[in-house]
Ligand binder design. Structure first.
Ligand code: CO8
Length: 373
């Protein structure tokens, strides 16, 4: 059996970012506009009066201070309140493929692997730009990789589930090298007019190169094991999909055509599920939780990560043991834990053990146990 390793990662970060203060200023301007335009309906009780957002609330409730986005002007325009991305022609690279290309090239350079040596490309993300052909097949063509490619979606756990799929293929010998890419344009399926969630997400793309240990260059991370779990829940849901145009009202701007969540319930239900999952995985591998050198957790909420860190380690982890990037990137769905891994893993010494863990809609939880070679 081949031993799978991670030999490179790369992050594409969009050029534009939005801080909490400017986000709230734009949201509040939208609130004024909405309340003025619907004054009569609000008085009649047929329309809801909207409340202002608060930068202080956002930082306190989530730990998020800023987010990167693919288009800032549309999101901050109170008359638009969503990103505006140019429609590409069919002969141009799609937006997700372009993001993927940048992150993939960085990951391949770190691994010292030529694109032509990759046998499978998996584009694992919460949303894909089109129904078909798979974005992964386009990325394969743009990079010039061999073999085959496919898309997959397990919401926030897409990256870790993709890593498990690639790792298992390497173990079985069906592929020698794999590329898992996570282009997340969360801004396009976030409702920026809803104060309960308008601050949560950002855009980014991460890429991970996996290969059999015998061909990997020094400094890689051995994949000791992976563990995935799912449990159905409606608490994080988006009802958009290809059946939309078959419904009588087309439902274009209906609230549930964007990201919806019951944040409090997610908090309460996902925390014990994730802590038990991580402790179970460590127990299976006979690794003492407090001997972990690092936890690269899903980046949704700082209090959530603090809770999981304490529960798993049995003490409060240091910021070095459990690094967060959500203050700068916000929740980038499946890419969050991979950004944390990519930015905070270089300093680990040979033999040090760390765990990547993602969690989110589904519910889904995925963990990848790594040892620095
Ligand atoms: N400004 C001021 N006040 C506000 C604001 C705001 N922006 N938002 C809410 N409030 C108010 C509320 O109205 C409420 O007021 P009241 O008490 O009078 O009712 C009060 O503040 C408290 O509100 P909440 O109870 O909602 O606040 P919480 O402390 O629960 O914090 C969070 C809200 C930050 C959303 C928190 O619940 C959270 O982070 N939960 C977990 C979220 C999570 O991990 N979700 C995972 C989803 S991501 C995923 O799985 C991927 C999906 C696919 C990607 C989709 C991309 C778009």
């Amino acid at each position: 059996m081949n031993l799978p390793v991670i030999s490179g990662t790369g992050v594409f970060t969009p050029k534009e970012s939005i801080g909490n203060d400017e986000l709230v200023a734009a949201f509040d301007a939208y609130v004024d506009l909405h309340n003025a335009q619907n004054a009569q309906e609000i008085t009649d009780g047929t329309q809801e009066r909207l409340e202002y957002s608060s930068a202080e609330f956002i930082t306190k409730a989530s730990g998020i201070e800023s987010r990167y986005v693919m288009n800032k002007s549309g999101i901050l325009d109170p008359k638009i309140m969503r990103p505006q991305l140019r429609q590409r022609t069919d002969s141009e690279p799609s937006i997700m493929a372009e993001m993927a290309l940048d992150a993939a090239q960085k990951a391949l350079a770190q691994a010292g692997v030529d694109a032509s040596a990759i046998d499978v490309v998996i584009v694992a993300a919460s949303n894909h730009e089109r129904a078909y052909p798979a974005v992964a097949v386009e990325v394969q063509a743009l990079l010039g990789t061999g073999g085959f490619a496919f898309d997959m979606n397990v919401a926030c756990s897409s990256a870790t589930f993709g890593i498990q799929a690639a790792s298992d293929m390497i173990k079985s010998g069906s592929v020698q090298r794999a590329l898992v890419v996570n282009p997340e344009i969360c801004s396009a399926h976030l409702e920026w007019r809803d104060r309960d969630c308008h601050f949560i997400f950002g855009d980014v793309c991460t890429a991970t190169v996996l290969e059999a240990k015998d061909s990997a260059r020094d400094g890689h991370f051995d994949i000791l094991s992976t563990r995935c779990a799912t449990q159905f829940s409606n608490n994080i849901r988006n009802n958009d999909g290809f059946l939309r145009r078959t419904r009588p009202d087309n439902m274009k701007d209906r609230r549930d055509m964007q990201f919806m969540q019951n944040g409090r319930k997610v908090f309460k239900e996902v925390l014990p599920m994730v802590s038990a999952h991580m402790l179970g995985h460590l127990n299976e591998e006979q690794i003492a939780p407090d001997s972990l050198s690092r936890m690269w957790l899903h980046q949704a909420n700082k209090s959530m990560n603090d809770f999981i860190g304490r529960k798993v380690m049995g003490r409060t982890p240091t910021p070095e043991e459990q690094p967060n990037i959500l203050q700068d990137y916000a929740n980038t769905s499946s890419a969050g834990s991979i950004i944390a891994f990519s930015k905070y893993s270089d300093d680990l010494q040979a033999g040090d053990i760390g765990i990547i863990c993602s969690f989110g809609a589904g519910y889904s939880v995925g963990s990848v146990l790594l040892r620095r070679a």
